[in-house]
Design a protein around this ligand. Structure first.
Ligand SMILES: NC(=O)c1ccc[n+]([C@@H]2O[C@H](COP(=O)([O-])OP(=O)(O)OC[C@H]3O[C@@H](n4cnc5c(N)ncnc54)[C@H](O)[C@@H]3O)[C@@H](O)[C@H]2O)c1
Ligand SMILES: [Zn+2]
Length: 384
């Protein structure tokens, strides 16, 4: 087997590294920066740190902050109309996955002769038009490491990933300061999303030695720090480790791929607007329980990495321990464990099964094939 993986070319890490944006600007000889962010981040004061640095670097900039969380592709089109009418030689995204994905799309759409609708039909058209700098402010999606951009497609009541190597970010700044004041429910939901990336990529049919290294490192960091990062928002050590864990999870996605948790989660985001991390968290342990028999050895390896103290137990016990830990984290961080509060009803089951089964891009990676009946049974477990 041969394998390959794309990673961003230049990484900055550690508290305070956000100031290195000046170095990037100098290196790129940038004159005008296009800054992507959203209103939620504006209110935290984080944007002021970034803009202060841009002013010190003596570049002009334009801020686009009209992005909605979990945007539909039409929302990105609206922003692109403004972006097209504006100069700019470097794109800087400061935000969660929603902002970073929109910025990555902008990096291939600006001045291009194809549109986002064309990319939804044929992602291979994308060509990088501007370099990008990603500054994540949640600890989950790992979008700062991936070639993916996910958008909602309202006509299909689901979400779709546009994936192209040209969307790999050029620079990544991982500064724990950006999640110091992240609301704890978002720490929890995005942290579980990162954990899902690690576990799904490690058990994926597409896993390779490259992706395994990052998936394992990610799982270790997130398992060890998510409870503390949730309970004690001032623990910066835990926050910095979550930041790294989320990034490694993203790298694992580019070398491997997520599986049935993410696949079945997309209709929940697309139709019911459940936050990405939350819909994954609701499904996570149930899908792994379904997968267990097909990936017991891999779950054992993960368990050995996160809980060496139980290395004497049997393979099956260790696999179960790992799944129980996932369920425990979801419960402990107060993420909903079923779909009740989101207004999803038993009558929605047929829609969910049909829409979930359409997510073949990810379902083909799952270590065990899912029949329509299997998909139905998994959704049934989270419907009340
Ligand atoms: N490209 C990829 O590889 C990839 C992978 C997984 C998920 N995604 C996508 O990413 C999106 C979800 O991203 P997300 O989970 O990071 O959340 P998000 O970007 O949607 O942000 C959620 C909310 O948190 C707020 N927020 C962000 N950072 C904050 C901070 N530091 N302080 C206070 N508030 C803050 C935002 O304003 C927003 O209201 C989904 O669309 C999902 O499909 C992409
Ligand atoms: Zn995810």
């Amino acid at each position: 087997m041969t394998y390959q993986m794309k990673i961003p070319s230049c990484l900055y890490g550690g508290e305070g590294c956000i100031d290195q944006i000046k170095e990037i600007i100098a290196k790129e000889k940038a004159q005008k920066v296009l800054v992507f962010t959203d209103k939620g981040i504006q209110n935290t004061g984080l944007l002021d740190i970034l803009l202060g640095n841009l002013e010190e670097a003596k570049v002009t900039y334009r801020v686009f902050d009209d992005l909605k969380p979990e945007p539909a592709y039409q929302d990105v089109e609206v922003v692109m109309e403004e972006v097209h009418s504006c100069d700019g030689d470097l794109i800087v995204a400061m935000g969660g996955g929603s902002v970073m994905d929109a910025a990555k799309l902008c990096s291939v759409l600006k001045d291009a002769d194809y549109t986002i609708r064309d990319l939804l039909k044929d992602p291979s058209l994308a060509r990088k038009q501007r370099k990008t700098v990603m500054i994540p402010t949640t600890c989950g999606t790992g979008s700062e490491a991936t070639c993916n951009a996910i958008v909602a497609v309202p006509e299909e009541q689901s979400k779709k990933g546009i994936v192209n190597d040209d969307m790999i970010p050029d620079y990544v700044i991982l500064d724990g300061v950006t999640i110091a004041k992240l609301p704890k429910q978002i720490v929890a939901a995005t942290g579980v999303d990162a954990l899902a990336h690690a576990v799904e990529c490690f058990t994926s049919k597409k896993a390779t030695p490259f992706s395994d290294t990052y998936a394992l490192a990610s799982a270790k960091l997130i398992f060890a720090n998510i409870r503390e990062a949730y309970r004690n928002p001032d623990n910066m050590e835990a926050k910095n480790r979550m930041m790294l864990g989320a990034f490694y999870g993203g790298v694992a996605i580019t070398g491997s791929g997520t599986t049935a948790v993410h696949a079945l989660s997309y209709p929940l985001g697309g139709k019911y607007h459940i936050a990405h991390g939350v819909s994954n968290a609701i499904l996570f342990a149930h899908v792994m329980e379904f997968n267990k028999e097909a990936c017991e050895e891999r779950l054992e390896l993960l368990c050995d990495a996160i809980a060496p103290e139980i290395c004497h137990k049997s393979r099956s016990e260790k696999a179960q321990y790992l799944i129980d830990q996932i369920a425990d984290i979801v419960k402990l961080t107060d993420i909903p464990t079923n779909l009740e509060e989101f207004g999803v009803k038993m009558e929605d089951l047929d829609f969910l099964v049909e829409a979930g089964s359409q997510q073949q891009r990810l379902l083909v990676n799952n270590c065990k094939e899912l029949s329509l009946e299997d998909i139905r049974n998994i959704y049934l477990k989270v419907l009340k």
